[in-house]
Structures are given as structure tokens and as C-alpha cells.
Design a binder for this molecule. Structure first.
Ligand code: FAD
Length: 603
């Protein structure tokens, strides 16, 4: 077929993907009043007038702001105070979270780049959120929601949009006996914590654990937003013991596409309640408040760490096999979570966490493995340690500092709350620019003795391409029956319950700050290495599930990978509460009906 024929053919077939084609299709074929009419951009005549924006500003108590890109000041004056401040704080997650255009990830190669909204409502309460939602719906605007800003997929920012920014809604209140609205007489009172949707996990941990001596299941990274993580499913270091964050949700307040402020829990709007528990952020409405179950705090939290380097490929294969067997025998239980790294330089990095074991018990668990490593002439170990301490001090930043620990980095800005700190182990992630990313749930059947060799072989093969991280707390096989039952009653892919770990293979670089060089070819090579490493694991798990919030932007089977058989039910809930698709995110429930930028309905 020559080029002209090709063009003719292309013009006669409506192409149902890609922004330009979809926009043209919508405009030509479906006319003025169609549901396929694209959303409005600032360049469109239908963009709201200044008077309309002024009116919105009044209705939200003056909290409507024009949004500038994070480094806008640097474009005009590299030496000015604003630019210098932005660059100095470019890797401070608390500063990034305080900026309306801030994102905790600086973008993803060939996927997305941070884009400031035109306007943001810095919402104070559900009434402000409702005003913003009604305004977006009535004016056919693209709306986005941002809490902590940690979306790897870039789903909390979009150009030409109205942002609802929940940062200011961060109150935390601890309850001894919570009963959901409408659940009176049907549910036993439960110890709980109510959290504004804009709070970060460190705000919750400080109130619940450091101050009240209880435990709430949240995320590992302290600056992740509560609402975003709960809707992801949400795994923390102790999830094998306490389940996902979503499984602990007792009630939420949410503004749906019709602008209504709804309470959702097991007794009111239970279908939407279920969808919020792992159905993905940004697809259901705007959550304004969440109430989560709290648990008795275990007396001890602990840690096991160190690095073991093998002196040859054969010795590394032996080490991986030995660790897999050790994990199966000693760590595959509700006590142990967190991760190990299997590295191309034939090194195994241990960074494991436990709950409910005292110092002696934690050390005893690891002794046989450490003894084997130390007795082997093929392996060299450094910094091997295992032990535990009082759980209540885990997120107590001041207590850690007094002990001389450098495990947490404080927000250095004057006036920052003393408990605002992030794990030093997370520091390279802050503001990183992603090259490649993949995650795969590995089924627990691979831990059976007959399968361990295959598993160890695939892990070794994958590590030839790129480092493989095994996040044991993000696979819930090995959890108690009660924990598993609570997670089963969420929208999270049931494969998570059968998986002993989530394997994550990822790479990236520092943020592409103004004036910094960037090697796109090297970045593409890195992305390919991730794919090649993942392919080695797919040899033993052909169609793996993947954790919605820590996954490949380009996953073509995202519906099945993120939600498995739950996807159909999620679509039904979406159709009921957001039939016109006001809430769109990349690879969110119902997003297949939209162009990739979320501006044009295509199905
Ligand atoms: C450095 C880093 C560490 C991480 N660590 C963990 C971890 O330990 N465990 C884990 O499970 N995950 C982890 N994640 C993934 C994280 O849980 C998800 O990206 C989560 O969705 C982030 O929530 P957020 O509010 O911080 O991000 P945002 O980018 O603000 O939001 C994420 C998504 O949720 C939506 N959303 C946010 N607030 C609301 C709201 N109020 N109502 C409706 N939708 C909303 C957004 O629109 C967006 O689609 C990590 C991510 C990063 C970048």
C-alpha cells in the first residue's frame, strides 16, 4: 500500500485511541451536546470566564490559586530567592508536598512529565471540594486530585486542569470506640483514627503510635498521602501482620461526581466503600476524610540488615537458593516484612523488619543464616545484624535522634514539626525521574521445596539485567487467616493474598533540574534492562498480577494485573457513581473509555 492509500484508509477508520484522533472524532461525529464532546482547555472559547473563576474563588473562601510550575521562578531568574529556595528543597518531600505543583516523582521517561494545573482549590473541607467538583462538572473541566503527590504514574497532575489539593485537610483524631454512621447497633465499637484526606502517614503514626501507643496500618514511606495509599490498597512494613491499609478502612467521606458529600462504610453506600478499598485513587470522587481501625501496638518492632557478597556467579546462585529456603523456613509468617535486593554485582542486601519479636527472638531467627554466611569462604558479609526495640519509639523522631540514629531525616525548614522526617533509606526516591519500573506478584507455590530451585534460578537470571527487590510485606501469603479475610473483602487483586512477595524492578535518576544534563540514551537502556529482568521472572510466572500504585506505566493488561476478577465489579460501581467519567486517571477504572490525556471520551 502506498502512502496516499494508507492516508485514505486511515481517514476512513475512526481510530479509538490517541488524543488528536479522538478529539477529531468527537468533534466531527458527535456534535455539540454529545457526551463525547471533549473537555475544555484554556484555549477554548468555552473556558470559564474570569467572572466565573472569581465566583468560584468566593465560594471556596478565597482558596482558589493560579498554579505555576515548580521551577517557574528559575526560568526568569536563576539566582532569585524563589528559584534558589525551590532548588535547595528539590529533594525535600515535605517541601514538595507543600507546593501546589509539587510532585514527589519528577516524571517518567516517555510516559509523563509534571504539568501544573491552571488553577487549584486548596480545599479546607468537604464544602470546598463540592464547590470545585460542581464547577468542573458544569464547565466540562479536567479535574485532578492531589494529596501527598506520590503517584508514580503521574495521576495527580495534568495540564489544563483544575486541581483539588487536599494538603490543608490534615487533622488527625484518635478514638477509643468508633461506630460508623448508620452502623449503630450493627457494629461493635472499634478503636480507630479519623484522618483528613491530605494528611501524610507520619502525621498519623505520630498521633496513633508515638502519642497514643496504638498501631494503624499505613504505608512505609512517611510522606505518602493517606487517601492515595488507602485507595491503592496500601502496604506497610508490617502488612503481613496487619493486612493492607485498605483492609483497615472503617469509613470515608467522599464528594462524588454529582457534588454530593457521602459517607461510605459497611452500612452506607457499601459498594462505593468496597471500591475505595484498593480500587485506585482518583477514580471514584474526592475523599475528604477517612477512619481507620487501630490495633494493639506490639511491644517490639525489629530489624535485620546487612550485605552479603558472593565471590562468583556460582556462589551467588548458591546464596540466593540458601536465602529462599531460609525465608520459607523462618521468615514466611506474620512477623516479617520489608525487602531484600538481589544485585547484578552478586550482592544480597538485607533490609527486613519484624513485629512482635523481642531482641533475642529476632536475633535467634537469623542466627542459622548468619552462621552459614560467616562460615562460607565463598561469601563476604558486612554489617549483619538483627534485633528489636520498643515499638512505640519506631516513628519517634526525637527519641531516634537522641540515640544517635541517622535512620530518619528531618524536614530542615524552620518551623517544621519535630516529627516530620523521612526514612534515609527512601532518600534516593525523593523526586526521582523514572526510567523503567515493573512489579510482579510471585505466588507462594514457588516456595515449595520442589519449586525453590526454579525460583532461585529466575531471580539470578533477572539480576543479570537489573537489581531485583523482593518486598515480602507486599505479598500477603503467610498472613493470618483473619488478616487474609479482611484483605479479601477489598478491591485489591486477590492474587496479592496468594503471593509471598511483590518483586519490584525499577531504575531512574535524579530529578532533571533546570540546567542539569540528561542522557536519554542511557535512560532508555536502563528501561530496557528492567523489561529484560522482568522477562526472566515472567518465565516462571507468565501472567503476574501487579500492584496498582507500584507498577509499569506501560502495562497493557492493567485491568487484570491490578484487579484480577474484581475489575468487573469495579466497573459497575464506577458506572453508578461516576457515569460521565468526571474522574479520570491513567489506567484507572473506566479509563479505557477516554483518550490518554483524559480530555476526550472515546467509547
Ligand atoms: C517514594 C514513594 C514511596 C512509596 N511507598 C509506598 C509504600 O510504602 N507502600 C505502598 O503501598 N505504596 C507506596 N507508594 C505508592 C503510593 O502508595 C501511591 O502512589 C499512593 O497513591 C500515593 O498517594 P499520595 O496521596 O501520596 O499521592 P497522590 O499523587 O497525591 O495521589 C495518588 C492517587 O490518588 C489520588 N488521590 C489522592 N488523594 C485523593 C483523594 N483525597 N481522593 C481521591 N483520590 C485521591 C490521586 O488523584 C492519584 O490518582 C510509594 C510511592 C512513592 C513515590
Amino acid at each position: 500500500m502506498n502512502r496516499r492509500d494508507l492516508l485514505k484508509t486511515a481517514m476512513s477508520i475512526p481510530v479509538l485511541s490517541g488524543t488528536t484522533n479522538a478529539t477529531a472524532l468527537a468533534a466531527s461525529k458527535y456534535g455539540e451536546h454529545s457526551r463525547f464532546k471533549p473537555r475544555v482547555r484554556p484555549s477554548d472559547p468555552a473556558w470559564p470566564s474570569k467572572a466565573k473563576w472569581d465566583n468560584l474563588k468566593q465560594n471556596v473562601g478565597g482558596t482558589l490559586i493560579r498554579v505555576q510550575p515548580l521551577f517557574a521562578a528559575c526560568a526568569t531568574d536563576r539566582k532569585g530567592v524563589e528559584c534558589v529556595e525551590a532548588l535547595a528543597n528539590a529533594r525535600n518531600p515535605f517541601y514538595l508536598g507543600d507546593q501546589p505543583a509539587g510532585t514527589q516523582v519528577s516524571g517518567w521517561l516517555d510516559a509523563w512529565a509534571p504539568a501544573a494545573s491552571m488553577y487549584a482549590v486548596a480545599a479546607r473541607n468537604a464544602a470546598d471540594v463540592s464547590e470545585a467538583v460542581n464547577f468542573a462538572r458544569e464547565n466540562r473541566l479536567r479535574i485532578v486530585v492531589k494529596g501527598g503527590g506520590h503517584s508514580y504514574q503521574g495521576t495527580s497532575n495534568a495540564p489544563d486542569s483544575l486541581l483539588v489539593w487536599t494538603r490543608a485537610m490534615n487533622a488527625v483524631a484518635v478514638h477509643d470506640a468508633f461506630v460508623g454512621k448508620g452502623c449503630e447497633g450493627r457494629q461493635a465499637p472499634t478503636p480507630a483514627v479519623t484522618v483528613g484526606a491530605g494528611a501524610m502517614w507520619i502525621d498519623v503514626y505520630d498521633a496513633v503510635t508515638t502519642n497514643a501507643g496504638r498501631y494503624v496500618q499505613g504505608g512505609g514511606c512517611t510522606t505518602v498521602g493517606v487517601a492515595g495509599l488507602v485507595q491503592s490498597g496500601g502496604f506497610g512494613s508490617m502488612s503481613k501482620g496487619f493486612g493492607t491499609a485498605a483492609a483497615g478502612l472503617l469509613e470515608a467521606e467522599i464528594v462524588t461526581a454529582d457534588g454530593a458529600v457521602r459517607t461510605v462504610n459497611a452500612c452506607m453506600n457499601p459498594d462505593l466503600f468496597w471500591a475505595l478499598k484498593g480500587g485506585g485513587g482518583g477514580s471514584w470522587g474526592i475523599v475528604t476524610r477517612l477512619t481507620l481501625r487501630t490495633h494493639e501496638l506490639p511491644e517490639f518492632f525489629g530489624y535485620a540488615g546487612g550485605t552479603i557478597k558472593a565471590k562468583s556467579d556460582a556462589a551467588f546462585q548458591q546464596l540466593i537458593a540458601r536465602f529462599v529456603a531460609f525465608y520459607r523456613d523462618r521468615l514466611f509468617n506474620p512477623h516479617w516484612g520489608e525487602s531484600v535486593k538481589i544485585k547484578p554485582e552478586n550482592a544480597l542486601d538485607l533490609s527486613m523488619v519484624c513485629q512482635g519479636l523481642d531482641n533475642r527472638q529476632a536475633a535467634d531467627v537469623w542466627q542459622p543464616f548468619f552462621d552459614w554466611v560467616k562460615s562460607s569462604s565463598d561469601h563476604a558479609a558486612s554489617d549483619l545484624e538483627a534485633g528489636s526495640g520498643h515499638a512505640r519509639a519506631w516513628w519517634d523522631v526525637q527519641a531516634r535522634k537522641k540515640r544517635g540514629s541517622d535512620a530518619m531525616i528531618s524536614d530542615p525548614r524552620p518551623g517544621a514539626p519535630a516529627f516530620h522526617a523521612w526514612w534515609s533509606g527512601d532518600k534516593d526516591q525523593v523526586s526521582a525521574f523514572l526510567h523503567g519500573y515493573e512489579s510482579l506478584w510471585l505466588p507462594s507455590s514457588l516456595l515449595q521445596q520442589a519449586e525453590q530451585e526454579r525460583l532461585a534460578g529466575a531471580l539470578f537470571a533477572a539480576s543479570r539485567h537489573w537489581e531485583v527487590e523482593l518486598h515480602f510485606n507486599k505479598g500477603l501469603a503467610g498472613a493470618s487467616a483473619a488478616t487474609a479475610a479482611a484483605v479479601r473483602d477489598t478491591a485489591t487483586n486477590p492474587e496479592a493474598l496468594d503471593a509471598f512477595t511483590l518483586a519490584i524492578i525499577a531504575n531512574g535518576g535524579p530529578p532533571p533540574l533546570p540546567g542539569q544534563p540528561f542522557d536519554a540514551n542511557a535512560a532508555r537502556r536502563n528501561a530496557r534492562a528492567v523489561d529484560e529482568a522482568a522477562a526472566e521472572l515472567r518465565n516462571i510466572v507468565p501472567n503476574p498480577g501487579s500492584y496498582v500504585s507500584e507498577s509499569n506505566y506501560f502495562n497493557a493488561s492493567w485491568q487484570r494485573a491490578f484487579w484480577g476478577d474484581n475489575y468487573r465489579r469495579l466497573r459497575t460501581v464506577k458506572a453508578k457513581y461516576d457515569p460521565d467519567g468526571l474522574f479520570f486517571v491513567h489506567h484507572g477504572v473506566g479509563s479505557e473509555e477516554w483518550s490518554s490525556d483524559g480530555f476526550t471520551r472515546i467509547a
